[in-house]
Design a binder for this molecule. Structure first.
Ligand SMILES: [Zn+2]
Ligand SMILES: [Zn+2]
Length: 273
């Protein structure tokens, strides 16, 4: 990506490169969010209706708003990609391009570090977004979706997008990362984000009571955050919510109710909110 961005800047200039990177980020978002929406809201809609977390379906106007705000985040992502390129050009990052430089063990380790770091960073940033007044205003954009769809995965105010993802340029300055690790992390993060906003529960019965899997978040977990507007702040893992006692009191009960539903109990009608 570094060479790709460098060539684009040389050939087209900075602003067009930013625009192209933003379009690339938006297309990537649209592909994955679109694929999840197509599968869950069209292809398997009837088959999986008993897995729908909230009975109602959001109105199209809400979905368009999610897409609009996500397009702003794509522009911020394009900006961050260019920031990382310039930092790398100036020798300010510790990025390495040859796996053998640090070995495969380190590559795996760095992936675990970035995921754990992001999970902790996200929890506290998200918590602050709900408690500190100026931040509450920015975060309100994301909470316009009370019944989110996969299209809400990147629906943030641009300032929130910067705060949520601006840690990446800082992290690559203090620790060596291979671009492949960053790319894999971005994909992992986005997949989790889509699951969190899916609107359908995909995990199996017993997940939240399992001694190991209860430490992982579910789709119900983040859906309840959107519906109730508080509690359930975590991203990938349920670690911080459990430690800080911020899981919604009915989280496990709600999850178990959804995964215990029988197919016949599904709603036959589509209700819009
Ligand atoms: Zn929130
Ligand atoms: Zn959300």
């Amino acid at each position: 990506m570094e060479g790709f961005i460098g060539n684009l800047i040389l050939e087209m200039g900075l602003l067009p490169t930013w625009m192209i990177m933003s379009v690339f980020m938006f297309v990537r978002y649209a592909f994955f969010a679109g694929l999840a929406s197509f599968i869950f809201y069209y292809l398997l809609k009837n088959k999986l209706q008993h897995k729908k977390i909230q009975e109602r379906y959001p109105k199209m106007a809400k979905v368009w708003a999610e897409i609009k705000h996500s397009s702003h985040t794509a522009v911020i992502f394009g900006f961050l990609a260019i920031v990382i390129y310039f930092l790398s050009e100036k020798g300010m990052t510790q990025m390495y391009y040859d796996f053998s430089e640090y070995g495969l063990m380190y590559t795996g380790f760095s992936l675990i570090v970035i995921i754990l770091f992001h999970d902790t960073y996200f929890y506290w940033m998200h918590y602050a977004m709900h408690k500190i007044k100026p931040l509450i205003r920015f975060h309100a954009i994301h909470h316009k979706s009370h019944n989110p769809t996969p299209w809400a995965a990147l629906a943030f105010h641009p300032i929130e997008a910067l705060l949520e993802f601006g840690f990446i340029p800082i992290l690559v300055m203090v620790m060596p990362f291979h671009p492949g690790v960053i790319a894999f992390f971005a994909l992992y993060s986005f997949t989790f984000n889509v699951i969190g906003h899916l609107g359908f529960e995909v995990y199996p019965k017993g997940f939240v009571n399992h001694p190991f899997f209860k430490w992982f978040n579910t789709s119900t977990h983040h859906n309840m955050h959107h519906k109730n507007g508080n509690g359930n702040f975590g991203l990938y893992f349920n670690f911080w919510d459990r430690i800080m006692g911020t899981n919604h009191e009915k989280y496990e009960e709600k999850f178990n109710e959804i995964v215990s539903r029988q197919k016949e109990e599904k709603l036959e009608t589509t209700i819009l909110v």
